[in-house]
Design a protein around this ligand. Sequence first.
Ligand code: UDP
Length: 320
Amino acid sequence: MKYLVTGGAGYVGSVVAQHLLEAGHEVTVLDNLSTGFRAGVPAGAAFVEGDIRDAAKWLDDSYDAVLHFAASSQVGESVVKPEKYWENNVGGSMALIGAMRAAGVRRLVFSSTAATYGEPEQVPIVESARTEPTNPYGATKLAVDHMITSEATAHGLAAVSLRYFNVAGAYGAFGERHDPESHLIPLVLQVAQGRREAVSIFGDDYPTPDGTCVRDYIHVADLAEAHLLALKAAAPGEHLICNLGNGSGFSVREVVETARQVTGHPIPAVVAPRRGGDPAVLVASAAAARERLGWNPSRADLKGIVADAWEFAQKTAEEE
Ligand code: UDP
């Protein structure tokens, strides 16, 4: 099969592109390198440096499906620059979906997020839960989910939106690297490497067992496997939405403690004020992904996830 992977130079996109190549598929990566890295494009994939808004210029019916990762994805930035998020995420996706319609490419897997739910009324979160995003990032991803539903109904698109919880870990040469870094696990590992003095714990007065936020961490390789299954899951005219998480939560303090054990470094942590827009607990029900996709994650252990991220962080530091 031949697939277009938008955002395939970024963290999740590159791991999925690599899995597609390993499964024997033909892959084209489309990425404007605004946040991705040229080195993130897996060997063996064709690379087009360009914007999703220009996909109509060359997308044709030789493609069997599109896997769409290209997006702006920083929650904090989306609060101060919402226009960038509406333009890139919603405007960009609209152009891409239009190009797919024009070219007759009728299968899509979309990278959605737990941020579409906002503050949950119940955990674990099921896909039928209320969607009331607490930041523009989540709002734009939810808008694209709605866009995809109507495209499927009106024009026969077969689509799956995968709502990621906290993606972490690494796969071979591909791992998490943001500039500036804002995610908990890579930040904690930077402290272990001596690149930062301490990690800030954003709030310790949440209604959770140790007062710090609880998240559902999922290994990027398990996540990638769900995308390959999702390519076969929807019928024409159907839009499936599935959460991807492990169904168990870990607090910020537990993540820091796990990283201490994995790295053998003390990793000083200091309590800081809460970060705006952070729900206390986000844990997925992954029942739909198991049932509808036949997904069976095998790397749920937090220690293993952090160990893979640590190996990648050390490799990257050597290269810098
Ligand atoms: N967090 C923290 N210190 C940091 C970065 C993150 O305490 O330096 C917390 C954050 O408030 C959240 C959790 O760690 O509760 C995971 O944050 P991250 O940004 O990794 O992912 P998010 O949950 O926002 O998608």
